[in-house]
Structures are given as C-alpha cells and as structure tokens.
Design a protein around this ligand. Structure first.
Ligand SMILES: NC(=O)C1=CN([C@@H]2O[C@H](COP(=O)(O)OP(=O)(O)OC[C@H]3O[C@@H](n4cnc5c(N)ncnc54)[C@H](OP(=O)(O)O)[C@@H]3O)[C@@H](O)[C@H]2O)C=CC1
Ligand SMILES: O=C(O)[C@@H]1CCC=N1
Length: 274
C-alpha cells in the first residue's frame, strides 16, 4: 500500500506518526511533498524514514490514497498541480477545513473518488476523533481502506458533508480548547509555587482520568461533575467563579466562532481561486 501526502505540516505529521507507530504502512511507502520547505522534507525523512518528492508524477503514481493536507488558502493551487496527473483509480482524501467535495471535484476536473475528512492532531498517538464522508465515486474497497486507515489512528464516524463545519469546530479544533484550559491550570499551579513537573503530571492525569470516566462510566458529564462537587466544598467554590464568568456560554461562543470560520474559509477560498 502507498499513501501520498500533499502538505507536510502539523496534521500530516500527526497522521504519519500514528500510522507508523501502529505499523499500518511501511514508512518507505509513505510519500510526501510540500510547497518548498526542503528542510522540513529532510527532517521528515530522517525522523520517520518516509520518502519525499517534488515530482508530482512520482507522488501520484501507484498511490492508493492521496491525502490533501494543505491550508484552505492553498487548496486551489495544490489541486491544480495534481489535476493533470490523475489516474483512473486515483483516490483523494481531504483533511482541509471548509473545502467542499464539489470544489475539489471542480479543481481536479474529473469525477474521481473523494473522501472529505476531519481528523485531529491526536492522530499522532492513535487518538484522533475523525469524521469522514465519501462521494459516490468511492468504491467499497476504497471506503474500507479509508476507514481502516483513520480507525488505526483513532475513532472514525461517517457523517453527512453538511455536518463537517460543525465537526471541524467541535473535534477538529477541539484538542486546542483543552490545551487552553491546561495552560490556565499550569499558570495557577505556578502562582501557588508548585513544582512544574509535579503539577504537570497531576494536571495531565486529571485530564486523562476525566476523559476515561466520561468514556467508561456511562454517566453524563453533568452527573460526574456533581459527584466531584461536595456542597459547601472546594469544587463548588471554584465552579461558581466559572459560572459567574459564564464560561459555558464562552465555550459555546468559541465553538460557534470556529464553525463560522470553517464556513467562511470555504466561501473565501473556493470563490477566490475558482
Ligand atoms: N492542524 C490541525 O490540527 C488540523 C488541520 N486540519 C487541516 O489540515 C490542513 C493543513 O493544516 P496544518 O497541517 O495545520 O497546516 P501547516 O501550515 O502546518 O502545513 C501546511 C503544509 O502545506 C504545504 N503546502 C502549502 N501549499 C502547498 C502546495 N501548493 N503544494 C504542496 N504543499 C503545499 C506547506 O508547505 P511549505 O511548508 O513548504 O509551505 C505545509 O507543509 C488545513 O486545511 C487544516 O484545515 C485538519 C484537522 C486538524
Ligand atoms: O485551525 C484550523 O483551521 C484547523 C482545522 C481544525 C484544526 N485546525
């Protein structure tokens, strides 16, 4: 099996790290290109043993899957470059926020097999939450391949394409929201003068434990929160500050803003480049 990546940034590297860690693809069969950052290419060759190329024909030739992982603003240019090299059985997988299957089809100038996905960077540790949708030209074999690739680096949910902007805001950007909360906890720990490594270990384990509880306890988040919150206790004192600051409303506004931006990226870059 050969997998090619167009774009060698954060999400491409997270997926590659996950795929290699799980022995899903031989690193020699992972091919990658970027726009012009040769230093990054060398770095990826050395770190993962994958191969890099600026020869589009070589990138596309024999690839079972070509993954587009460039920023939405570069989508048109990258798709234009690949278009002349498409083969009959080429299978394109986009991880790009906001960019529609219709736009990709127009740019590639042919009705080829396309999957639109939204993974997240936790792919690098096998914990991505990936949403995926297929166009009608994807064969059953290609579907199975895509599902097995993404399921090897986390969980995969098949969704309708119109849900992608919301999912991008929720789970594509999602890891960053939790990192943001952890940053605040780290700052609080520092203010107390707690030793940094100790505090970090305690914060990380708290996050892991809460995630595991949500996953296996069968209880709702609100129920689990109430179990921690003793009347008149410390948690109640803490949460009341979050409540006064309307933190839940702020998080909802945050996810709404990410959703609007995902839609906007499509509007901006699809109309600009066509
Ligand atoms: N980061 C994340 O958490 C997630 C990102 N995504 C999506 O993945 C895509 C990539 O994001 P991310 O990895 O963060 O971006 P990065 O900026 O980290 O990487 C973008 C990559 O695209 C390359 N590139 C740009 N133009 C071209 C081109 N014309 N041909 C070939 N390669 C090109 C860049 O090369 P060079 O360095 O040479 O310019 C770079 O390697 C985006 O569309 C984003 O919406 C989806 C899920 C999660
Ligand atoms: O911030 C972004 O636009 C990308 C899409 C999802 C996560 N990162």
């Amino acid at each position: 099996m050969k997998i090619s990546f167009v774009g060698a940034g954060s999400i491409a590297e997270a997926m590659i790290a996950g795929l290699i860690e799980k022995n899903i693809v031989n690193p020699k069969n992972i091919c990658i290109t970027n726009r012009n950052n040769k230093q990054k290419m060398t770095e990826l060759e050395q770190k993962y043993g994958i191969y890099t190329t600026y020869d589009t024909n070589e990138l596309v030739h024999d690839a079972d899957m070509i993954i587009f992982a460039v920023k939405p603003k570069d989508a048109g240019e990258a798709l234009d470059k690949i278009s002349p090299y498409i083969r009959e059985n080429s299978f394109f997988v986009s991880v790009m926020a906001g960019i529609s299957i219709e736009f990709i089809t127009d740019k590639l100038k042919t009705n080829c097999a396309i999957a639109r996905t939204m993974p997240n960077t936790s792919a690098s540790v096998g914990k991505s939450a990936t949403a995926i949708t297929f166009n009608p030209f994807v064969s059953n074999e290609q579907k199975e391949l895509a599902l097995s690739i993404f399921s090897s680096i986390g969980i995969t949910e098949e969704v309708a394409e119109h849900q992608m902007d919301a999912i991008t805001a929720l789970s594509g950007s999602g890891p960053a929201y939790f990192y943001y909360v952890v940053e605040a906890m780290e700052r609080a720990a520092a203010q107390f003068g707690l030793e940094k490594d100790t505090a970090n270990q305690l914060i990380i384990q708290t996050l892991l434990g809460a995630a595991e509880m949500l996953s296996v306890s069968g209880k709702k988040a609100s129920e689990l929160r109430h179990e921690v919150t003793s009347p008149g206790g410390t948690t109640e004192a803490g949460i009341s500050v979050l409540h006064q600051a309307e933190m839940q409303e702020a998080f909802i506004a945050c996810i709404n803003a990410a959703y609007e931006q995902s839609k906007q990226l499509g509007i901006m870059y699809e109309s600009k480049i066509t």
